[in-house]
Write a protein that binds this ligand. Structure first.
Ligand code: GLU
Length: 199
């Protein structure tokens, strides 16, 4: 079982995401990644195959540091698509929506076929990427990220724990789960989501 951690806080969220990922390592995984919305509402993402330490080294060697108050992170145990940077989460749809997913989307082949017709491009072989596109599509007819996620998850069959953020509503994380664990932590300086209390 792999993991999710996310947070929206008063201070820089990146160190907390990394710490959360380390605390989830015991669950097993093959790759990891994180994404943070920067102050100008653009996504900054880092992904690495192997240990969370590789992700940490990747972050250390960057010229432009990944800094922001809201972000989501993931340790992946591949079910669809090999362990690789492109298949590692978070996934992004149209620079608008980013998703981390634990679980399996059983009807992803049907959803993918439909989304390809709707003009969405895929950059991974995962079942999870369809979730990002489904939320982006729903955002075109819904007012908020919450209502968009509520609409999008109706199309999903399978199991999921989800953390979702959007550059169009940059102060909120949406969490959803069905058949995969997810906990919410409310704090004085921020609110958090994770696959378990350890993180
Ligand atoms: N099925 C997804 C994938 O292969 C998520 C796997 C997981 O739960 O880490 O990317």
């Amino acid at each position: 079982m792999c993991g999710i951690v996310g947070g929206v806080a008063n201070n820089n969220i990146t160190p907390l995401l990394l710490e959360g990922l380390k605390r989830l390592e015991y669950r097993g995984y093959d790759s990891s990644g994180l994404i943070v919305l920067s102050k100008n509402n653009t996504f900054n993402r880092a992904r690495s195959v192997g240990k969370v330490q590789n992700l940490q080294n990747n972050l250390k060697t960057r010229k432009h540091k990944i800094i922001g108050n809201i972000g989501i992170a993931h340790t992946r145990w591949a079910t669809h698509g090999e362990p690789s940077n492109n298949n590692a989460h978070p996934h992004i749809s149209k620079n608008s929506v980013s998703v981390v997913h634990n679980g399996i989307i059983e009807n992803y082949i049907e959803l993918k076929a439909l989304q390809l017709k709707q003009g969405y491009e895929f950059s991974s072989e995962t079942d999870s990427e369809v979730i990002a596109h489904a939320v982006d599509l729903a955002m075109q007819s819904c007012n908020t990220l919450l209502s968009s996620v509520q609409k999008a998850i109706k199309s999903l069959k399978g199991s999921y724990g989800l953390g979702i953020i959007s550059s169009k509503q940059p102060d909120i994380i949406i969490a959803a789960r069905s058949g995969s664990p997810l906990v919410i932590g409310l704090g004085e300086h921020g609110n958090y989501i994770a696959s378990d209390q350890m993180a």
